[in-house]
Design a protein around this ligand. Sequence first.
Ligand code: ASP
Ligand code: MG
Length: 422
Amino acid sequence: MALIVQKFGGSSVADAESIKRVARRIAHTKAEGNDVVVVVSAMGDTTDELLDLAGDITATPPQREMDILLTAGERISMALLSMAIHELDVDAQAFTGQQAGVITDTSYGNARIIDVTPSRIQRTLDDGAVAIVAGFQGVTQFTNDVTTLGRGGSDTTAVALAAGLGAAVCEIYTDVDGLFTADPRIVPSAQRIDRISTEETLELAAHGAKILHLRAVEYARRYQVPIHVRSSFSDNEGTLVIDNDEEGPMEHPLISGVAHDSSQAKITVVGVPDVPGSAAQLFEAVAAAGVNIDMIVQNVSVHHSGVTDISFTLPHEQGAAARTALEAMAAKHGYAEVKYDDGVGKVSLVGAGMRSHPGVSARLFSALYEAGINIEMISTSEIRISVVTRSEDLPEAVRAIHTAFELDATEVEAVVYGGTGR
Ligand code: ASP
Ligand code: MG
């Protein structure tokens, strides 16, 4: 008998039929003799609809009230799911994040979990019932205000509860059969990954793979919670995200997968004085505008010219803020021009084995060359190589790299059951 945490995303509980289907799965897990804690997201696109609704009322919703509004989505699904489980003659009780003991800081809209005190949940399990918890929400420590954990935050609720309760595994149910070597919507021959380390999963998630909330993986890594990502539409085995098994640390494959991100734009500041402090001033201004930058490239200044160009990538939606900040500095610091380009895409190859394996970059660059794709920027970590291309070249770049590293399956195995990837 094990304690299992099961998390169901919005596309798995999109309507009454789906909720009943999920309830049957939960009842089945329970009937097999397990203790079950369920974390549930808002039905379908509920969260987006609530955001739109607030937008119809005001352009500047107070953050505290916004979080109260958004937590309503998960409260609807938790109550309905609990009712559906009762229909199957299994005892279940639904709880808000607050009732479940998810304590957060006060950053509305993107709160961080600081403690989990799931005694109420434990009692429910001890009584033999299934506990259903509203995902994506918590409560502040001293003021008891409701907070949300950021978009996609139900994954993090699930992992945090799994850690807090000492669960054997945290199962994350979604609309695909697990993590794939590339997005099956772009690479139909992508293969399901059986097992992957948290380190590689973090790199994939940080560079565009939409399957797991980044913070959930960070949490799982810190508390060593095994995550099993699988489909709620099939009984197939999914992907185990885990660092150690009974035999100790797992062996790493050379390459785990290819992620892509089409949500990035590129800014190039032309004619930055090539003197100490220039980059500091530039990026301080960008940071002060609240912009999250990713890749940075600075050219060596042409001999004796005394100026250089600095390019960096950032999320599309922060483009305007970054441009405004930099244009305001242009005259004072002598920048020749601030260029903005949102026609870029980023492809990233991830694999812990590349640490100790030469030739990976060369193979990647050759694959892009053979596909006739130009590289605009390159950045690397120990276990990742990322390349910026034109956005229209991105799908082909992903496929070319996937093929070059022999990741293609011989038979198509990726099934996309529905939804939009969450
Ligand atoms: N319902 C929230 C969202 O759509 C949280 C989640 O789905 O994990 O972002
Ligand atoms: Mg959602």
